[in-house]
Design a protein around this ligand. Structure first.
Ligand code: SF4
Length: 417
């Protein structure tokens, strides 16, 4: 009997088009702990360290954590591990949302993907049924758009879909994997998914997950819930924001935004604006935010509601997570409305909300310093905000200077000199 985990991994070879279900050894979980540790063990055993991240031999592993899908509060993470095109080292990125619990309910702990598909495909996992399906009609589609199209095609509104956008298809080194409420963005894992010709993984599961001592487990879970909700008693003074909705729409009017804008760098990681926040800004930003946030949402089995559904007249409705509204705002030295506008578009293209604004601010600084010129950026707008939108389009399509910037600051700097 296996508890918390299902004891089954899916092994998919996209070059051969094969799907295998492999029973796993429970001692590996004991030795290497949850999804991240066991992913690292698989990479250690099967992938040589000098592997080219865009080689068919590189693995892309989607894993649910040990407790995902159980009543443990907030245990909803999907861990995606691979060799990164950014660092050429092992990388992992983690997303919340609902995908990992759904994978467990379908009966699997991990999906281990190797090889490359000759044409764009997506995976459809519905309990015991697993299929590799044609995705040529989804080529170039945005992340939310893809999610919706797949659900309609499968007639499964409850399917959870993890997908890449145009940036992943074009192997942008900071492409993300998006999943409605959340995303796995770091390390260029979306680029590896795109390189494998895999547009998305849709999953729907209706099985149970066993827990060894349910009454005792529920008591522990209730204790954790109480701890999270009773913020005044949080003993970890100085780091309350992650439990209070870090950078989220939930409590932005107070110390969260003040803390971010004072503590993090603006522009291309050079400027500190410790005295930026004041009553006037607070009033303006609150008004922008109140208009943009339709309602607050949580990941699977979490009471924190740290994400928001955003409606903006210039954008399709989208779900904002983390504090990407500020990463773009601060990189462009702009205001919150700009942050909401560009973050929605960037999410649809599927790029990392931390790296992308930094790469764009880097390009603008090079332009202002005369290192990049009008010859490198033909048609570059004069308006600051327009420049960010312009660069985003170039990067996700790998057009012109975008092809250099799409490899991130480190590789772009080497190329530019
Ligand atoms: S809602 Fe926020 S705090 Fe809760 S699991 Fe998701 S990201 Fe974490």
């Amino acid at each position: 009997m296996r508890y918390a985990e299902t004891g089954v991994n899916l092994e998919i070879d996209l070059s051969r088009g094969s799907i295998e279900k492999e029973g796993t050894d429970s001692r590996l979980t004991e030795l290497h702990l949850g999804g991240l540790g066991t992913n690292a063990k698989i990479l250690w055993d099967r992938v040589p360290p000098e592997v080219d991240p865009f080689s068919p031999d590189n693995l892309l592993i989607f894993s649910a954590g040990l407790l995902a899908g159980t009543p443990a509060p907030g245990a909803n993470r999907t861990i995606v591990s691979t060799f990164s095109p950014q660092t050429l080292l092992m990388a992992y990125s983690i997303m919340g949302g609902f995908w990992a619990p759904e994978l467990k309910f379908a009966g699997y702990d991990k999906i281990i993907i190797r090889g490359k598909s000759p044409k764009l495909v997506y995976l459809w996992i519905h309990n015991d049924k697993v299929e590799i399906r044609d995705a040529s009609h989804l080529k170039g589609k945005g992340c939310l758009e893809t999610e919706e199209l797949i659900k309609q095609e499968l007639k499964e509104p409850k399917a959870q879909v993890a997908t890449i956008g145009l940036a992943g298809e074009n192997r942008v080194y900071f492409a993300s994997i998006e999943q409605g409420r959340s995303s796995a963005s770091r390390g260029g894992i979306g680029a590896v998914m795109g390189d494998k010709g895999l547009k998305a993984i849709a999953v729907r599961g209706t099985k149970d997950i066993l827990v060894a001592r349910p009454a005792e487990f529920m008591e522990l879970c209730n204790g954790v819930l109480k701890y999270i909700q009773n913020r005044a008693d949080n003993p970890i003074k100085g780091v309350p924001p992650i439990l209070a909705g870090l950078g989220s729409p939930q409590e932005m009017t107070l110390h969260d935004e003040e803390w971010h804008t004072a503590s993090f760098a603006w522009g291309n990681a050079r400027h500190r604006r410790k005295d930026f926040w004041n009553k006037e800004i607070e009033g303006q930003w609150k008004e922008i935010q109140d208009k943009a946030v339709e309602r607050l949402i949580s990941c699977y089995n979490c009471p924190m509601k740290c994400g928001g559904i955003i409606t903006h007249p210039k954008l399709q409705r989208y779900m904002m997570k983390c504090y990407s509204k500020l990463t773009y705002t601060m990189a462009a030295m702009s205001d919150l409305d700009f942050g909401f506008r560009i973050a929605g578009l960037a999410q649809e293209y599927g790029v990392d909300g931390y790296t992308t604004p930094q790469v764009m601010a880097f390009a603008i600084e090079l332009y202002e310093a005369g290192i990049l010129t009008d010859q490198d950026l033909p048609g570059f707008p004069s308006d600051n905000e327009e420049r960010f939108f312009w660069l985003l389009e170039k990067i996700v399509r790998r057009e012109g200077i975008g092809d250099v910037l799409a490899n991130g600051v480190y590789w772009a700097a080497q190329k530019i000199g």
